[in-house]
Design a protein around this ligand. Structure first.
Ligand SMILES: NC(=O)c1ccc[n+]([C@@H]2O[C@H](COP(=O)([O-])OP(=O)(O)OC[C@H]3O[C@@H](n4cnc5c(N)ncnc54)[C@H](OP(=O)(O)O)[C@@H]3O)[C@@H](O)[C@H]2O)c1
Length: 337
């Protein structure tokens, strides 16, 4: 990095050797920037020997993420709520990548019981967990729906299910060197409602499906940042990173009907671009604890991944701590380290 403070203190006549030095530094800096601007799947290091969980691995971003991590030699546990849909996705990846190491496991994030049995089955089968990708989600169902535990479904699946899952897998993540938790948020976590409806978290009084989605995606950022703080305080080697895919054409937009279909055709980027922020958050060795990645291009909706500022409200430790406590109470799980 060019040290700006040092530069401003330089005498007017800079010795030639320093001039040459700073030229090399700035060329290197430019090279690094270009490289990071164009981060692609080619930048993913080998994942051989790694055990990776991807939630919602049968569709959209979860499917693409699973495929690329398997291509790099990782063993991916496809955590899916429908084993049939999971089996068909697994077959598609195996056709393309015959060497893919994939395992299907049932996980319904709309049921704390299912989360608990998934975590317990996984812990009995495996003794390491390198990457947990909290990817699954639903967006804007027209009618208000509830999870098995009575949570409004978007906060229940997108946040509370993943919150419980992560807490239950953290002991194993903590014992695995260089492990990561990656949480998928959205532009809706930063725009629109993007806050916590403290008086009515489950939208029982008045339901607005867009606000409920926005709350759940803001919750993903509060969670990812608070987890990063907690891991650091605990002196853990595990890090928490976050990503969003901009606007990517997947099955997510199915509840938005015609608008979703038109948007997917005209504005959205394709899956191969949409998966890059979460793949980078999961595998780039230079990504740090608490970092948030999203597309660099037009209105952060498309393009190659770069570091992005999360919602500044999500960075308020008092708020994220308060929300963490509420999530602990609701899921009957806690930070185990
Ligand atoms: N696509 C975008 O433009 C966009 C933008 C911002 C953020 N995101 C986020 O990206 C993530 C992935 O979405 P996507 O676009 O890939 O959508 P998608 O194609 O609809 O995939 C969503 C995945 O989540 C799974 N899922 C839903 N409810 C579940 C539950 N109760 N338990 C377990 N899994 C469940 C789905 O399973 P089924 O197939 O069985 O339903 C599916 O595998 C979501 O968190 C979403 O909020 C997407």
């Amino acid at each position: 990095m060019v040290d700006q403070a040092k530069l401003s203190n330089q005498p007017k006549e800079t010795p030639w050797i320093e001039k040459a030095g700073s030229l090399v530094t700035s060329v290197n800096q430019r090279k690094k920037n270009t490289m990071s601007t164009n981060w692609t799947t080619a930048n993913i290091p080998s994942q051989k020997g790694k055990i990776i969980i991807v939630t919602g691995a049968n569709s959209g971003l979860g499917f693409g993420t699973t495929r690329e991590l398997a291509r790099k030699g990782g063993k991916v546990i496809m955590a899916v709520r429908s084993l049939d849909r999971g089996a068909s996705a697994k077959e598609d990846i195996e056709k393309e990548i015959p060497s893919a190491q994939l395992e299907l496991m049932e996980l319904d994030l709309a049921s704390l019981e299912s989360v608990k049995s998934f975590a317990s089955d996984f812990s009995q089968k495996y003794d390491r967990l390198d990457i947990l990708i909290n990817n699954a989600g639903l967006m804007m169902p027209e009618e208000r729906q509830e999870t098995e535990d009575g949570f409004e479904k978007q906060i229940g699946v997108n946040h509370l299910g993943h919150f419980a899952l992560t807490n239950q897998l953290l002991p194993m993540l903590n014992e695995t060197e260089d492990s990561r938790v990656v949480t998928i948020s959205s532009m809706y976590g930063k725009t629109g409602y993007a806050s916590i409806n403290w008086d009515d978290l489950h939208w029982e009084e008045e339901y607005d499906t867009t606000d409920a989605y926005s709350q759940s995606k803001f919750a993903n950022q509060l969670f990812g940042l608070e987890l990063a703080r907690k891991l650091e305080e605990a002196g853990s080697g595990t890090i928490s990173t976050m990503a969003h895919p901009g606007y990517t054409a997947t099955n997510l937009q199915r509840h938005i009907g015609l608008m979703g279909k038109i948007g997917n055709k005209l504005i959205a980027q394709d899956l191969d671009m949409g998966i890059l922020p979460q793949l980078r958050a999961a595998t780039d060795p230079d990504v740090e604890n608490g970092e948030y990645l999203g597309p660099k291009g037009f209105m952060n909706m498309r393009g190659y991944p770069q570091t992005e500022e999360p919602n500044k409200k999500a960075k308020e430790p008092e708020l994220s701590e308060k929300f963490w406590k509420l999530s602990e109470e609701l899921t009957d799980t806690n930070f185990p380290l």
